[in-house]
Design a protein around this ligand. Structure first.
Ligand SMILES: Cc1cc2nc3c(=O)[nH]c(=O)nc-3n(C[C@H](O)[C@H](O)[C@H](O)COP(=O)(O)O)c2cc1C
Length: 198
């Protein structure tokens, strides 16, 4: 199979990480892939902020988890049995799952396509990481995380422009254990329509 498509099909969200940090050279390649993501109007709106400070990531991860007020998993409705999310296991302390590297994607709060641009960058980052044997997980609630008192102080310390809003996080690191298989794909999600000329 084509290597790019294989990489796309094989990437999985990982929530159990080893503490070993990813090498700078590989991180740089992954970040560069993020910079080359498509962006609305070619505005390259996302700012990619990388934090490898374990204490900061632990504190932010706890805030991120506390901001989760979603429904907990029950019975057959779960996110992942092999790689439980905070919706599957209330005992998980950090919404960042102790990943050694956490990226936060910021984009202008007053731009309609900020979240979409950040999602496109996140996907490039995760696929590039996977191609290098680095695992990842996209994480929501970034606005809540960075509107906390701790988050606001960090924004100042890091010199993040006031107009920028945190949109998504991407956790990165080496998987602790095997990668789970993908859930089966739901059917009827592709409709091929006939054009007028067919
Ligand atoms: C927009 C978006 C937000 C997500 N937010 C979270 C999150 O907050 N926490 C989490 O553990 N996983 C999160 N995920 C990862 C999904 O749970 C994961 O992609 C899904 O369960 C499918 O698993 P797979 O990525 O291994 O195919 C998010 C994914 C997307 C696309």
């Amino acid at each position: 199979m084509n290597e790019v498509i294989k990489n796309i099909l094989e990437r999985r969200s990982i929530r159990k990480y080893r503490s070993e940090q990813i090498p700078d050279e590989e991180l740089n390649s992954v970040l560069e892939a993020g910079l080359y993501a498509p962006s609305a109007g070619g505005r390259q709106s996302p700012l990619i902020v990388v934090c490898q400070n374990a204490e900061t990531n632990a504190e932010l991860g706890n805030i991120n988890k506390a901001a989760f007020h979603g429904r907990m998993s029950t019975g057959n409705v779960y996110v992942s049995k092999d790689q439980p999310s905070i919706a599957d296991d209330a005992g998980i302390a950090s919404g960042f799952y102790n990943a050694p590297t956490v990226i936060t994607l910021f984009a202008p709060g007053n731009f309609l396509y900020s979240a979409a641009d950040c999602c496109a960058a996140a996907q490039n980052i995760m696929l590039a990481a996977h191609s290098l044997g680095i695992s990842s997980c996209m994480i929501a609630r970034a606005e809540d995380t960075f509107s906390s008192e701790f988050g606001r102080r960090l924004r100042e310390e890091w010199g993040i422009d006031k107009e920028m809003e945190a949109k998504f996080h991407v956790a990165l690191g080496y998987a602790d254990g095997a990668q789970p298989p993908a859930k089966p794909r739901k059917g009827d999600r592709i409709k091929r329509v006939r054009g007028k000329r067919d």
